[in-house]
Design a protein. Structure first.
Length: 294
């Protein structure tokens, strides 16, 4: 597959991505917070609001008025809780699987780029140097520019240019022997894997849960927590503990969904470490190949 067709494929991904942007600036800023502060905002704040709501209801509706309806309310609540638990578990499993898959794709892209670097060693020095420089520039640009851009669901123009330069360097390779012809074909396969990995990585950065699903998740959480207000628990302390525990657990799961639904945003993201290791390996190999190098 030619470099131009791969570049146009990447452009198509970019156009599709414009319709499904990644994390908003507010979500990115939220996920960059230290864990204690993030826990306060995402868990403690909902718990406080839920307990205040319960205190308000208990101050206006005495628990003896609610006790006669426990049986009916309990059956209805069981159905609501099961429906929401199934939905919540399903979403957690999906985003968890997608997060792990994104992590694996990043490693595969870096591995393919590393293979391309090694395979270029068979060619003469000028060709080898051109490919190595293109590989290094691409990996460095992905780390320094594109990783932060993917947090916003976009791609880096600098990384896109480095990607095009990588294909341009490969098009300039002219094998002159049967051995070089074979290795050139292998290099094209590695570069195709890099292209596939880049496309999948950019698609993952834009693949977020639709707003309507977030609306259902948040509405379901509010309904489940609010329904606990209708139970006439004699002890106010016990009622507060039950409500707070349910709210905290629900908020924690929603926080997990938010973090894993944005694999390139915040502190708890997929790390560009594989590309960093590749740069270290290239620098070490270049140093060893230099006369007088260690």
């Amino acid at each position: 597959m030619s470099g131009s067709s791969r570049s146009s494929s990447s452009d198509k991904v970019s156009k599709r991505g414009a319709k499904t942007p990644g994390a908003t600036p507010m979500i990115v800023a939220l996920l960059r917070m230290p864990l204690p502060l993030l826990g306060v905002l995402a868990v403690a704040l909902p718990v406080i609001l839920a307990t205040l709501g319960l205190l308000f209801v208990r101050s206006h509706v005495p628990h003896p008025r609610l006790q006669p309806h426990h049986d009916v309310a309990g059956y209805i609540y069981s159905g609501l809780a099961v429906l929401y638990a199934v939905l919540l578990a399903f979403v957690v499993i999906i985003v968890w699987g997608q997060f792990d898959a994104t992590h694996i794709r990043v490693h595969k892209e870096a591995d393919a780029l590393s293979n391309l670097f090694r395979e270029a060693q068979i060619f003469p020095a000028p060709v080898q140097q051109a490919v190595v420089d293109a590989v290094r520039t691409y990996a460095k640009t992905v780390i320094e520019d594109e990783w932060s851009a993917m947090a916003r669901g976009t791609e880096s123009p600098q990384a896109q240019q480095a990607y095009s330069d990588l294909w341009r360097a490969m098009r300039a390779v002219e094998p002159r022997s049967p051995v070089e012809v074979n290795w050139h074909a292998i290099m094209l396969q590695s570069l195709t894997s890099v292209s596939d990995g880049r496309r999948d990585r950019l698609a993952d950065s834009r693949a977020v849960l639709p707003p309507i699903l977030w609306g259902v998740l948040l509405s379901g959480a509010a309904i489940n927590v609010g329904y606990t207000y209708l139970f006439g628990v004699r002890s106010l302390v016990s009622h507060l503990i039950i409500t707070a525990a349910l709210t905290a657990m629900t908020a924690l799961l929603l926080l997990v969904i938010l973090i894993m639904d944005n694999p390139f945003a915040g502190r708890y993201r997929v790390d560009p470490g594989p590309f960093g290791h590749l740069l270290e390996h290239i620098d070490q190999a270049v140093l060893q190949a230099t006369p007088g190098g260690d």
